[in-house]
Design a protein around this ligand. Structure first.
Ligand code: FCB
Length: 490
């Protein structure tokens, strides 16, 4: 695999958005500065053995103090747009009530900096950093949290609505639900298994309520949600295996996209009722709130999922890559299935299969499931690899030759463009853009600093930024497709 920059650039439509994405908690640091309140993730990281190497995000990339330099890195990439998230506890420390002027000022500066450099801001309201008082009151298991996020949306609309060109209400409610409240390997560390389903419902409800708040405030920017999508296949044939695939597909995909795009929860085999009954008890009023028309749909794609019956052996192809502790397994002896490996695909440092063709399949499945699918942005895609810094023999400059990441990004972008081009498997999908996850190495949640996804290498001792080869590669793509960064592009 591997596509040349010239061939890839030639596939990119003139009005296609190229961007990079980050999230506040993963990059900002400065967790106790200028009036920021604690988040559920600060509390989770402070508990023993939750995060690889006992890391926390107290400093992360120190982006709070280095924002202008980081925006310059984005500008020099030549991308059209930057997707970032607002830190809810920096703006509204208690998750309710008063706001924090210093936190607001930071995002004012960020937005002004972006716009002055012709970079279109895509702003995520919620990328997992729940204010701690709300987490302590039950977090997403508590329906109230949905109304608190809607209040926060109204605040954000008032403060930043004049400058944000695209809003994402919530990032990956799937991951928060399954990892945070189902398995307990993300904040808040609640291993409730199927009792997590209401948390997912409350997050999609929060999306709908936040949309209403943004619309009521009359923001001129477009509004959407970001869901992660993973095509699900059975490791073996047979009735039970198909049933387990259906279960995982509802839990991971349908539960978060059906109510938004179809106005109802997924239909499922009645045998799955013990696990999914909550979804049949939701009111029509909630479904109406959740299914308001979107301006765009945000889709994150990283890898497909292969499901096998019973708990995992966690050895052989089911083992975690070296360096990742067992408590990070997305598995439980109490689940009727486990995620199993793919012999035919290379794996990233996280152990994720590198399967670009499944991005085309993901888009085709979305098109088949949702005939009224709005325009789509791939709001995240990327990969972690064990990057190594070397001194350039000629210049003596530090350098990271991340060829695997270049191939990953090139092959995935090409697969998405080919699938959605006339004659492609997902030709009815109106694909508008692709955001690389991520600008720079950062705090990768439970994996701490062990997983590097960035186009820019970060030395976490010195905070030195070292653009990797993939950064130069994306620069080449943006200039080859004739990017015009002199004006804000949408
Ligand atoms: C996604 C998250 C993002 C990052 C990438 C690797 O699930 O949205 O914050 O952690 O995975």
């Amino acid at each position: 695999m591997g596509i040349s920059p010239e061939s890839l650039a030639a596939m990119i439509p003139a009005d296609f958005t190229l961007g990079v994405a980050t999230a506040a908690f993963q990059i900002e640091g400065a967790v106790a500065e200028d009036g920021r309140g604690p988040s559920g993730w600060d509390a989770f990281a402070a508990q023993p053995a939750r995060i690889v190497n006992g890391d926390n995000a107290d400093v992360a990339c120190d982006h709070y103090h280095r924002m202008a330099d980081d925006v310059q890195l984005i500008h020099a990439l030549g991308v059209d747009s930057y997707r970032f998230s607002l830190s809810w506890p920096r703006i509204q420390p208690d998750g309710r009530g008063g706001t924090n002027p210093a936190g607001i000022a930071f995002y004012d500066r960020l937005l002004d900096e972006l716009l002055s450099r012709g970079i279109s801001p895509m702003c995520t309201l919620y990328h997992w950093d729940t204010p701690l008082p709300l987490e302590q009151a039950g977090g997403w298991l508590n329906r109230e949290t949905a109304y608190r996020l809607a209040d926060f949306a109204a605040i954000a609309a008032e403060l930043f609505g004049d400058r944000v060109q695209r809003w994402v209400t919530i990032n990956e409610p799937t991951t928060v639900t399954l990892n945070g409240y189902g398995l307990g390997i993300h904040a808040p560390g609640h291993p409730g298994l199927f009792d997590a389903v209401p948390a997912g419902h409350h997050m999609v409800l929060a999306h709908g309520l936040s949309m209403q708040a943004l619309r009521a405030a009359g923001v001129p920017g477009d509004i959407g949600i970001t869901n992660v999508y993973s095509p699900v296949v059975a490791a073996r044939g047979g009735f039970v295996n198909d049933l387990l695939v259906e279960l995982f597909d509802v839990l991971h995909n349908g539960m978060f996209s059906d109510p938004v795009l179809l106005g109802r929860y997924s239909e499922f085999n009645p045998l799955l009722m013990p696990f999914l009954h909550y979804l049949t008890e939701v009111s029509d009023e909630d479904l109406a709130i959740m299914s308001q028309p979107l301006d765009f749909y945000g889709l994150n794609y990283y890898f497909p999922t292969r499901i096998a019956p019973g708990p995992g052996p966690n050895t052989g192809p089911d083992a975690l890559p070296e360096g990742l502790p067992d408590h990070m397994l997305e598995d439980s002896p109490e689940l009727p299935f486990h995620i199993t490996g793919w012999a035919q695909y290379d794996r990233t440092a996280f152990g994720w299969p590198v399967a670009p063709e499944y991005l085309g399949i993901a888009l085709a499945e979305m098109a088949a499931r949702y005939p009224q699918l709005p325009p789509v942005f791939i709001t995240e895609g990327g990969a972690s690899f064990p990057d190594v810094v070397v001194q350039d023999a000629l210049t003596g400059e530090p350098h990271v030759a991340d060829i695997q990441r270049i191939n990953y990004l090139g092959d995935h972008l090409a697969a998405a463009l080919a699938a959605t081009a006339p004659g492609g498997a997902a030709e009815s999908v109106d694909l508008r853009g692709y955001y690389v996850w991520t600008l720079m190495d950062n705090f990768e949640w439970a994996a701490g600093y062990s997983q590097r996804f960035g186009l820019v290498y970060v030395d976490f001792e010195t905070q030195q930024r070292i653009p990797k080869s993939s950064y130069s590669w994306l620069q080449a793509i943006t200039s080859l497709r004739g990017a015009d960064t002199s004006a804000v592009r949408r």
